[in-house]
Design a protein around this ligand. Sequence first.
Ligand SMILES: [Fe+2]
Length: 405
Amino acid sequence: MDPFFNTLGRKILDHWKQENFSLQKFPQIARSTLDTNPPAKHVNLASLMREFLLTDDQPLQTDSPFGEPEIVTYTHPRFYIQLLFWMEGTTAIHQHEFSGAFHVMHGSSIHAHYEFQNAQPITPYLKVGNVKMNKMEILETGRTMPIISGPQNIHSLFHLDSPSLTVVVRTQHDPGTGPQFNYLPPHLAIDPHFSDTLTMRRKQLLDVLAGTEDAGYPQQVLEMIADLDFERGFSILHHSMAYLQQIDAWKPVLQAFEKKHSPLAAGVAATLKEDARRSVIKSLRATVIEPEHRFFLALLMNAPTRDDLLALVSQRFTEEDPIAIVLRWAQELIEVSDAGVTILDASFPDTLQIESELQPQLFLSAFRHFLKPEKKLPPVIRDLPAADVKELRTSFAESSLSLLI
Ligand SMILES: [Fe+2]
């Protein structure tokens, strides 16, 4: 392993040992040691990778699937240092069962901080409450942030460059601070590591019914929802939502869950809808590579309102009007194919009788109009029947761009 990490690990160990391995002091020790010895300045990535590939004498590696991949660069019984690669990945909104600090070694990320208000545990593995975003910031290469275990440090990272690299200095495990909840805005927290094997197998069996297009699928799910407790019912609901929507059988199942678990279930529909919206944005990362466009995706995923989104655009691009920047991104992201015209996951409505070569410009004009409504309608919009304008608006409102419309 690169000797830099051995030296870094020993410095942290010496300092922490002097503090009698105080858990409260570890994040600050990790952070200050990373700040005075920044991996972003001192590590040659190409030679680290070559050495790791060719030399057997390495720290013990984990089987964690968290990074893409995760490389352990230093290990001690009390703490270890890992190098996380991020290619496509973005983290869920999560808390930690460990503490320490992370350092952006390469690339940059959008970092969002949250709190979970009015938490009401339903089981040890699921809570309802309100996920509230407090702050979003851009972490550039070289930034170091502390990690505090437990619910006071809930965050998510959306990496803008591919690959992005973070160095994490972390304890092995902070007793009593678990489980490591993931948060599903706006209203749920679940333990992603809880293994309910019966529910897992039931979901797989439902997939068999879906895969064979069994007509009894919706009724089967309805009966399960009528019988199951909140936690397992939510898990089945979450799993079967996409297929039930596809076969137009979603509404009665959702209503059955809401009726059985009222008033606890009040925030479930909004949470599932938001989860689906976030999944679409995550999947768009596979095709959207340009860092500015990824920045746009990160804002669409995490900004609570349109004004928050535009404020964050202004923060990064101080010289330009944020609306003009968003419009430029929309123009760059427009795609024309045999399947039609799209901006991200918003598609030009196929119900409109418009010649195909005119569709891209019309779609962009409509987006501009919905983003920044003007008293005087632009000619291309003014000439359209009201029903067509409504269709265009619906197309954006049902896409990941809905925040802006
Ligand atoms: Fe984290």
